[in-house]
Design a binder for this molecule. Sequence first.
Ligand code: ZN
Length: 120
Amino acid sequence: VSSPDQAREALTLARADAVALIVGLERELAGIIEAAGAASGGDDEHDPEGATVAFERQHVAALLERAREDLVQIDAALVKVAEGRYGWCESCGQPIGAERLAARPAATTCIRCASRAAGR
Ligand SMILES: [Zn+2]
């Protein structure tokens, strides 16, 4: 497990990335909604372009939701660093591998528990 300073640095970088992603997606979503409002009279259902816009909007909204969840996890991980609990699997209590933490600084479970939860 990496040192608290390294963990905090990795999480701070990941947090900045997540915030930038959320800001970008929010802007994209607002643009889609605005463009849709300007183009059609709000009749999404029967106009093929409206259906595409609805799909796009759903897609961006889903990405936004995931990015916000990531941010929540990163903040939770930062709290753990401050409390000296960072880097331990929440499921089995074993240390989370350094490689996994490097790839996913906000990971709360070890690779074994994560893949079990994913059903693999
Ligand atoms: Zn585990």
